[in-house]
Write a protein that binds this ligand. Structure first.
Ligand SMILES: CC(C)(COP(=O)(O)OP(=O)(O)OC[C@H]1O[C@@H](n2cnc3c(N)ncnc32)[C@H](O)[C@@H]1OP(=O)(O)O)[C@@H](O)C(=O)NCCC(=O)NCCS
Length: 151
């Protein structure tokens, strides 16, 4: 897509037919994907159908160009797996998707706090979430217990 061209995305909720394209997008965006763990079709769809999480995709010309997953445990909301196709960045799509996820967590789910984990050096994400008002925590260390390395 030519630089600067204005996008007219259609943002809608995930459907099972989107799975392959969604995984391809997340791979293209170098997200720390767990296709044999929590990003497997079975686990992802079970999470969406049984839990309070929602996943949106952005279609541009019929192709999935962006996505975001909002989840919560009733105590805290999380914005996960925000991704925009590298050819379509810096046109506001990431902000639109993050805004939809945040609106869902704050308004629909009435949560008082929403959070994001940003791995490694990721100035784009730091800049985007800072613009939305997120503040980095100065001294939290993330610990995880995984049932398998792919979890
Ligand atoms: C982070 C990401 C989703 C941003 O998508 P995007 O569509 O380019 O974001 P937007 O166009 O909505 O940008 C919104 C704001 O974020 C900031 N921003 C985004 N990309 C930036 C960059 N490369 N450098 C500096 N600031 C940037 C800017 O403030 C920008 O506003 P501006 O364009 O008016 O200056 C995209 O870079 C991406 O998919 N990255 C890889 C996946 C990833 O790391 N996801 C986050 C997991 S925590």
């Amino acid at each position: 897509m030519p630089p600067g061209e204005i996008l007219s995305p259609r943002i809608r909720e995930y459907m099972p037919a989107d799975y392959e394209a969604l995984i391809a997008l997340w791979r293209t965006c170098d997200l720390p994907l767990k296709p044999d763990g929590r990003d497997s079709r079975k686990r992802l769809e079970a999470e969406l159908y049984n839990g309070p999480g929602k996943l949106w995709v952005a279609e541009v010309d019929g192709r999935i160009a962006g996505a975001v997953l909002a989840t919560h445990d009733f105590r805290k909301g999380w914005i996960n797996r925000l991704a925009v196709d590298p050819c379509m960045r810096r046109r506001g799509l990431g902000m639109s998707l993050a805004g939809i996820a945040l609106n869902y967590l704050q308004k629909d789910c009435n949560l008082l706090i929403s959070a994001i984990l940003i791995e490694g050096d990721n100035p784009e994400s730091h800049a985007l979430f800072s613009r939305l008002g997120f503040k980095p925590h100065p001294d939290i260390r993330y610990y995880a217990l995984r049932n398998t390395p792919e979890a």
